[in-house]
Design a protein around this ligand. Structure first.
Ligand code: THU
Length: 157
């Protein structure tokens, strides 16, 4: 038996003002995208913004449905929208923000496992790292790639 350990490296920012202009713009886009949330059941409004290799930003917001599993998270709304609109462009970065009744939560918005898996595959498709930014009102986390938030990614098919 050989004990193993995984280290996760990420950066914490106190506010978007500390970030690069590009990342700041993406965080602001994710916060703005929260306005598009349709969350009559959870009242938890989530926004996501994907940065493409051509500089374009594609936004998404969570969309709920009375048949609960039919709804979709903000991240996948943005990722699938970006994938459909710009199939030849790599996704370089994604920012996520969320909060109850549209008020940005203090803590960073941490994507669910299914969204991480979808991020992972678009990262593979793009052929380079997709950074993941989780925004909150009190602190923002930036991870250099999807591997950092989804170790042992499944992408073997
Ligand atoms: N939600 C997201 O949009 N992204 C996440 O990463 C976690 C959860 C949405 C799904 C649902 O509409 C609401 O937040 C409450 O779970």
């Amino acid at each position: 038996m050989t004990p193993k350990e995984i280290q996760i490296r990420y950066e914490e920012f106190a506010s978007p003002a500390e970030m690069s202009a590009e990342d700041r713009e993406l965080v602001e886009a994710a916060i703005d995208a929260m306005k598009g949330a349709y969350a009559p059941y959870s009242h938890f409004h989530v926004g996501a913004a994907v940065r493409l290799s051509n500089g374009e930003i594609v936004k998404g917001a969570n969309q709920e449905n009375a048949a609960f599993p039919s709804g979709l998270c903000a991240e996948r709304t943005a990722l699938f929208s970006a994938g459909a609109a710009w199939p030849d462009k790599a996704m370089k970065s994604i920012a996520v923000a969320g909060g109850v009744y549209g008020r940005l939560a203090d803590a960073p918005a941490t994507p669910c496992g299914a969204c991480r898996q979808v991020m992972a595959q678009y990262q593979t498709k793009g052929g380079g790292p997709m950074s993941v930014i989780m925004a909150g009102a009190k602190r923002i986390w930036k991870f250099p790639d999807v591997d950092s938030i989804l170790p042992f990614i499944f992408d073997s098919i």
